[in-house]
Write a protein that binds this ligand. Structure first.
Ligand SMILES: [Cu+2]
Ligand SMILES: [Zn+2]
Length: 176
């Protein structure tokens, strides 16, 4: 009888320690972006969420070449192929310089490099600290916002673009 009780107690303790606490996050609005290459092929999706705990960006991209790539929010919601220059510079409502390692940085649109695994999948979820979702200085302002993935890694220092090369993938965020 006694040897039978011990494993039951252990099970109960394990059950308690692995129970996840549900965290309530209110979402006011979500904007989504289809991520496309210059040839129009779709490689994934990004979302911008206006949440009670901040503005969050999530990206899930597939069919990419394994590696590390610069990824930013660019100031204009316009992705004209083939070079996607219509997306404008990095989103920068606070008039800062580029880069996490730049003492004069960073742009609100600066994001840590996207690491694409051996299966060709690159995914992130990050809080855009201090960012506003909408309004004149918000992400979803009058001229919108776009996500851009580049041909090489961001060096986190070179102003204004992190020396990450060509714009390879682009997506315009739209509400709803
Ligand atoms: Cu960029
Ligand atoms: Zn930047």
């Amino acid at each position: 009888m006694r040897t039978y009780l011990i494993p039951l107690m252990l099970l109960a303790a394990t059950g308690c320690s692995t129970t996840e606490t549900a965290r309530t996050v209110a979402v006011s609005d979500v904007a989504t972006a289809n991520l496309v290459r210059a040839d129009g092929s779709n490689v994934g999706v990004a979302t911008l969420s206006d949440r009670s705990d901040g503005v969050w960006l999530s990206v899930a991209a597939v069919k990419l070449t394994p590696g590390t790539y610069g990824i930013h929010l660019h100031a204009v919601g316009k992705c004209d192929a083939p070079d996607f220059t219509t997306a404008g510079p990095h989103w920068n409502p606070a008039q800062k310089q580029h880069g996490f390692d730049n003492p004069m940085g960073t742009h609100a649109g600066d994001i840590r490099n996207l690491v694409v695994n051996a299966g060709g999948v690159g995914a992130i979820e990050v809080e855009l600290e201090g960012a506003l979702y909408e309004g004149p200085t918000g992400a979803m302002d009058a001229d919108g916002i776009a996500l851009v993935i580049h041909e090489k890694a961001d060096d986190y220092a070179t102003d204004p673009s992190g020396n990450s090369g060509k714009r390879v993938i682009c997506g315009v965020f739209t509400k709803g």
